[in-house]
Design a protein around this ligand. Sequence first.
Ligand code: F6R
Ligand code: MG
Ligand code: MG
Length: 369
Amino acid sequence: MAQQSKLTLSVIKADVGSVAGHNRPHPDLLQQAEACLAAAKQQGLLCDYRVARCGDDINLIMTHSHGVAHEPIHRLAWDTFMECTKVAKRLHLYGAGQDLLADAFSGNVKGLGPGVAEMEFIERPSEPVVILMADKTSPGAWNLPLYKIFADPFNTPGLVIDPKLHGGFTFTVLDVKKKATITLACPEEQYDLLMFLGAHGRYMVKEVRRKGDNEIAAVASTDVLSEIAGKYVGKDDPVCIIRAQAGLPAVGEILEPFAFPHLVEGWMRGSHHGPLMPVPFHQANPTRLDGPPRVIAAGFQLNEGTFIGPIDLFDDPAYDEARRQANVAADYLRRHGPFEPHRLPLEEMEYTTLPLIMSRLRDRFTSVG
Ligand code: F6R
Ligand code: MG
Ligand code: MG
């Protein structure tokens, strides 16, 4: 039998300018992104594409046959965001080009500002995929849901009753401070894993694989803009690709963790804890104190590399209660004003203006030791 060719699904995202502060991209930017990707499809570089947005971030969702970290695909994304930046500058949009941290493309968008989640796999006879996109938060926001989806039988019945999931999954976790990864297997290393995942400001799930055959199941963007830039330039507003069904978690098992609007880092000035609110596409417009943080879920079927979809998966009254609880949590947290734990601890704010304030006041501390 002939070797089946592999498909790559790449999601590359950036905030390159928005309307009314950091709220949403202008439709002309989305149109520009569509035009760039349509041309790349025409030329045969892309198999197919979709352009999506969550809050002020533009997500380029692309399929192709070139593998992950393929230079022409990354260059296409970079050039697309540059073209969108030109439109944003012409319209005097806010934060035009804000996530493009380098002056020129140098082989791979990783480290240059945009967020990247990519995976390569052989498309199954039926290939359902969920793409999660969030705004006003960081990749650590995926830790709790990914843990629940792939390691918690109270969330995912399939871990108990589907023999194909029963063997468990491996999690590769990135230590963003040390720039090192560790891979831990569940269920046997569950407690070790939680040690790290609970500290979601520092440790972030990079990918999840099915243990038995090492099949890729999920991959998240783990690019930390502040670590890249050396100063605060906004939160990373992460994306995550998850393959579903037939030996992997069902779409419903993937969405279930979001019925609990857990607290994440981000929100106003990237410096606050707030609930992650699951919303339909048209409600991904963070306005209350630039938030609270939002997540959308786009469902697709792949058809020989082309997209059927997206389906707006949180457009369901079943998530009304999560949205209500998110509002209650937001109210409660807001009443703390500038006090922790609503405001992030100082070490998490090291890339804000805080160091400047500290350096001004340093001499006024009197030692009592
Ligand atoms: C958070 C975010 C916003 C901005 C805030 C201040 O990720 O994008 O909350 O941090 O609106 O923005 P600047 O400093 O651009 O005025
Ligand atoms: Mg912005
Ligand atoms: Mg954003």
